[in-house]
Design a protein around this ligand. Structure first.
Ligand SMILES: [Zn+2]
Ligand SMILES: [Zn+2]
Length: 218
C-alpha cells in the first residue's frame, strides 16, 4: 500500500504529529498566558499591600514620634515639679530649723524671765510700801518699813493736817513734831520715838545703815 503525500510532501502521519505538537504548544501558551496574568494580578495585589504597609508604617512612625514627644514633655514637667518640690522641701526644712531655734531661744528667755521674776519676788519686800520703788531704810514700832522720804512726807502732811497753825513746810526729814498713823496698820507713830533706821549685815560680819537713795536721781 502506498502512503498518501501532502502538497509539501509530508506524509499523513507527519502532519498528524505536527498537529499534535501544535495543539500541545497552544495549550502551554494558554497556560503560560493565564499564569502570566495571574502573576501580574498577584504582583498588583502585592504592590497594593506594600503601599498600604508603607502608609501604615508612616502612620506608626508619626504616632511613635508624637508619643516620644509626649513622653519627653511629661518627663520635663515631672522634672520641673520634682525641682520645685525639692526647693519647697528645702525651704520647709529651713523654716523648721529656724522655728526650732526660735523655740529653744524662747524656752531660754522664758527660763530667764522666770528666774528674774523669782529674784524680783525675793527682793520685793525690800521696797518701800508707799512708793514701791526705793529701798526701805526705816522701820516703825509696828514693824512696817518705808523709805525715809515717803514716811517723812506722810507724817509731815498728816501732822500739818492735825496742827494747821504750825508751819512745818520747810521740814524734809523726820522730826519730833511729826506724829500720825502708820499707812499700813494705822498705829500711831511718833517720828522721834517709833522710827528706827534699818541695818543690813555686811559680808565681813559688820552691819551698816541702809541709806535712802532717791530713785529719780540716778
Ligand atoms: Zn518710799
Ligand atoms: Zn504699821
Amino acid at each position: 500500500m502506498r502512503e498518501t503525500r501532502s502538497t509539501f510532501g509530508l506524509s499523513q502521519h507527519q502532519i498528524d504529529v505536527n498537529m499534535d505538537i501544535n495543539d500541545e504548544y497552544n495549550e502551554f501558551l494558554d497556560i503560560a498566558t493565564a499564569a502570566s496574568a495571574q502573576y501580574a494580578k498577584v504582583m498588583d495585589l502585592a504592590k497594593t499591600l506594600q503601599a498600604a504597609l508603607a502608609a501604615k508604617q508612616v502612620e506608626l512612625d508619626q504616632q511613635a514620634s508624637r508619643y516620644r514627644q509626649d513622653v519627653a514633655y511629661h518627663k520635663a514637667c515631672a522634672e520641673r515639679a520634682r525641682g520645685k518640690l525639692q526647693a519647697t522641701s528645702a525651704r520647709l526644712n529651713k523654716y523648721k530649723s529656724e522655728t526650732e531655734a526660735l523655740r529653744q531661744h524662747n524656752k531660754h528667755l522664758s527660763k530667764d524671765l522666770k528666774a528674774a521674776t523669782a529674784k524680783l519676788e525675793h527682793v520685793k519686800h525690800l521696797c518701800c510700801d508707799i512708793c514701791m520703788d526705793s529701798l526701805k531704810n526705816v522701820v516703825t514700832g509696828c514693824g512696817h518699813g518705808y523709805c525715809s522720804d515717803c514716811l517723812s512726807t506722810w507724817l509731815r502732811q498728816r501732822s500739818n493736817d492735825d496742827n494747821n497753825d504750825e508751819d512745818n513746810s520747810d521740814m524734809d526729814s523726820l522730826t519730833e513734831q511729826m506724829e500720825s498713823n502708820c499707812p499700813i496698820c494705822r498705829k500711831v507713830i511718833n517720828a522721834n520715838q517709833d522710827v528706827w533706821p534699818i541695818f543690813v549685815e555686811n559680808e565681813g560680819g559688820t552691819s551698816s545703815e541702809v541709806v535712802y537713795v532717791d530713785s529719780d536721781n540716778d
